[in-house]
Structures are given as C-alpha cells and as structure tokens.
Design a protein around this ligand. Sequence first.
Ligand SMILES: C[S@@+](CC[C@H](N)C(=O)[O-])C[C@H]1O[C@@H](n2cnc3c(N)ncnc32)[C@H](O)[C@@H]1O
Ligand SMILES: [Zn+2]
Length: 143
Amino acid sequence: MEERAELMSGSGLISVRASGIHGLGCFAAAEIPAGTVVIEYRGELIDRAEALRRDDRGRPGSSPYVLNVSEDLYIDGAVGGNEARFINHSCEPNCRVRRVGGRAWIVAARTITEGEELSFDYDYEGDPQGPCRCGARTCRGYL
Ligand SMILES: C[S@@+](CC[C@H](N)C(=O)[O-])C[C@H]1O[C@@H](n2cnc3c(N)ncnc32)[C@H](O)[C@@H]1O
Ligand SMILES: [Zn+2]
C-alpha cells in the first residue's frame, strides 16, 4: 500500500504522501482551479545570514525547507512549518509563490487535476543544488 502521511491541509485541498520526484510531496486532493491560493508557506522568519547558516547542503543541523521571501527575509518550514514545506521543485511547475511582506503563499498557476503533484520552481539560478528529478519534458537537469 502507498505510504501516506497523516497530514491534510486545513482547506482539504492537498494531501502529503510519497512522491516520485523526492521523499514526500504534496498532491491535489481535489481539482484546484487556476489562481487558487492553495496554502501559506509557514515557518520561522529568519534573516539571510541565518538562512545561509541553515541552508548548508544537508550537513547536520541544516534545513532543506528554507524559502526566500525578500532580499533579507527567509522562511524556514522546518520550524513551525506546515504541509507546504513538502512541495517539490519542478522545471514545469503548476504553482507559483506569491510573496508579500515577509509572508509567502502557494498559488495554482493553472488548473491542477485531482491527484496531481503540486510543484513550484525553486529558482536556485546560479546556485544549483543537485540533479533535478522533476521529469518534465523541459527539465533543466538541476535544481
Ligand atoms: C522543501 S524539500 C521538499 C520536500 C521533500 N521531498 C521532503 O520529503 O522533505 C526540498 C528538498 O527536496 C528535494 N527535491 C525537491 N524537488 C526535487 C527535484 N525536482 N529533484 C530532486 N530533488 C528534489 C531536494 O532534496 C530538496 O532539497
Ligand atoms: Zn527539472
């Protein structure tokens, strides 16, 4: 039987389970119309210096859940975060990140069908973190 985490967003729009891309991922529990605010990316608000310290490429104490929200602000989903931290990267994403005043929301970039994995572009341009397994036709090969 497929592994399924016990997590479900408050809105019931997403579920968290094993992903073919990496580890756990977020999946649409129902059709999500384009433009829907799916979930807020919650976590601890930290500055750039602290983000760089935590975003330490898998070393002990590092966090893979750090999201940039402005030039000097980052959210670490590992601390007080929610299901949004499990959204994987795709080079052809179906979601985008809306960043406003130190907060971030995941928004459907197109209509997402039930069962589809949610993704956004991590946009690590110039600072590649490893091979990409998104499977998109136009995959850049790294994330
Ligand atoms: C925010 S986490 C995503 C949730 C993750 N799947 C988990 O189970 O915790 C980000 C990490 O997931 C992995 N990841 C996400 N998207 C990926 C992709 N397209 N290809 C390879 N690894 C990916 C990378 O290790 C990355 O550092
Ligand atoms: Zn890719």
